[in-house]
Write a protein that binds this ligand. Structure first.
Ligand SMILES: *Cc1c(COP(=O)(O)O)cnc(C)c1O
Length: 203
């Protein structure tokens, strides 16, 4: 079994200790955290899987360059601190959004009534920094995104800055038209909530 651990990072969940054969992570996201490098890693405790992945990496030539490696190391050095801030911010924002009358539904594993709360408590070290919420329609979601001033509209996530996207814009996944994916950053939480609040007033 292979697990994509990108949204939690190894500080938030340890798939190999939960019996996964392979844990992979896009380090482009929170691991680097500064939205300036494309990186990734794969982890396994199985030596034959490890050997074949090492060979694949060698043959395909996907070896990181010195500049990217340096940027990644800089990013990693603040991972624990960034995550603590992002996860605390995400909890405050999820609480705020879950009580807002423009929010049709919300998913964040830190919310006690979220369907994933129990399993998250059991196997995750933190609840992560990604929230999804439904504003009911494409037009509402676009009004929200067009009127935020602090929050960036971006498809990537896990950076220092709070980022949001209407996922259904890609037309590839079967998702509600008004669904926003919010990646909560390291800003002051009151500033993020104030921005969300004023943007929701446009709906
Ligand atoms: C972004 C992402 C990827 C792709 O990673 P890149 O580093 O951008 O190539 C894979 N899996 C998940 C869950 C992601 O969020």
């Amino acid at each position: 079994m292979a697990i994509d651990n990108t949204t939690l990072t190894p500080l938030g969940q340890k798939p190999l200790l939960l019996d996964a054969d392979i844990s992979m992570c896009s380090d482009t996201k929170a691991m680097n955290g500064h939205s300036d490098v494309v990186f990734g890693h794969v982890a396994t405790q199985n030596s034959s899987l490890y050997e074949s992945m090492l060979l694949w990496r060698k043959v395909s030539g996907s070896i990181p360059a010195p500049m990217e490696t340096w940027l990644m190391q800089r990013g990693l050095s603040s991972l624990d601190m960034r995550l603590e801030r992002m996860v605390n911010n995400a909890m405050l924002i999820a609480d705020y959004l879950s009580q807002h009358d423009k929010t049709l539904s919300i998913r964040y594993p830190g919310l006690v009534d979220d369907p994933s709360h129990a399993i998250a408590c059991k196997q995750m070290q933190h609840f992560g920094f990604v929230i999804s919420f439904d504003l009911g329609s494409k037009i509402n979601a676009e009004l929200f995104l067009n009127n935020t001033q602090l929050i960036y509209e971006a498809t990537s996530f896990g950076g220092m800055h709070t980022m949001a996207e209407r996922r259904a814009r890609w037309g590839t996944d079967d998702l509600p038209e008004g669904l926003i994916r919010l990646s909560v950053g390291c800003e002051n939480p009151q500033d993020i909530i104030a921005d969300i609040s004023q943007a929701l007033n446009f709906i």
